[in-house]
Design a protein around this ligand. Sequence first.
Ligand code: SAM
Ligand code: SF4
Ligand code: SF4
Length: 335
Amino acid sequence: MNTYDSLNRPLRDLRISVTDRCNFRCTYCMPKEIYNNEYNFLKRDEILTFEEIYRISKIFVSLGIHKIRITGGEPLLRKNLYKLIDQLNTINDIDIALTTNGVLLKQQAQQLFDSGLRRITISLDAVDDNLFKLLSDSSYSHEDVLRGIEKSLEVGFKVKINMVVKRGINDQHALEMIEFFRNSNVIIRFIEFMDVGSTNHWNENSVMQSQELLKMIENNYKVNKLEKNYFGEVANRYELQDKSLEFGFISSVTEPFCSDCTRIRLSSDGKLYTCLFSLSGFDIKEKIRSKNDDKQIINFINSIWTNRNDRYSELRNQSILSSNKNKIEMPYIGG
Ligand code: SAM
Ligand code: SF4
Ligand code: SF4
């Protein structure tokens, strides 16, 4: 069964944030000055249990969801995450993926693979340690992430690398990333810095536009454009002509893809968000905990999705939302 929103977009992908906590303080996501001071992290009973996530996911699959991505905060900080993957894997016909900063993969990759997970996206903004530390603002080194990548490849995962590119900070470093990951069986995605939330000091000048980055790469390498893998794929894909590396761009600022956006997000505190830039969510946790049956939950989700008309990125410049200080923050909602 497929459910369509008011702009005729089907409900296809579910992103689940399993925790709002993180062991990094990436400047573009959880800047220290906010998250080490005034921020109130969720308490344990405010966070959805695995049973609740499983039940919600099953209902979503009955409504047409094909893909589930586990994210956060840092999802590997959620105790026994592999048990959730185990449970989700019992649902038929879903493709499960995980996004992580990678530093705990050395310990957890095998367990996750054994639970049936096959795809991992690992975030890494630099292979230069000073730059890495500047962006992640953590005590970890880029080598901790590299060990996580190596371990994931070793146990058999398909691995993508997410690199958020900030103009004047790590844009010139994209070439080093390309050179570093040639012939290593990973795919790189360059991501434009987005104005998620209101604490990350985003401004238009700090966005390294994908087109400019592509030109920079083309000045140094012979490159082929690749077709999209499937309808609604958000990345524009390329490969080096010698086929030693595939890379792509996620250009939510300069080439918004709202018209194909089939994603709903489940926040760590159990709310549904129909857009990464939403001001508020719909409390599904309350529905679950007050003993609604599946049919009532389905009606709740249907009414949310059929009324959906979000297209923030397409309207960014004219949107009064863009300066709103109440936009949901990334760690709640998941990237
Ligand atoms: N902690 C995990 C990680 O970093 O991969 C998962 C959660 S993180 C919020 C998911 C993705 O969102 C990461 O690839 C991260 O780089 C990206 N992200 C966070 N803030 C962003 C921003 N302001 N603009 C673009 N991407 C962002
Ligand atoms: Fe943590 Fe991921 Fe956000 Fe970085 S991007 S602060 S690793 S949640
Ligand atoms: Fe989807 Fe909102 Fe992003 Fe547009 S701005 S692609 S509607 S999440």
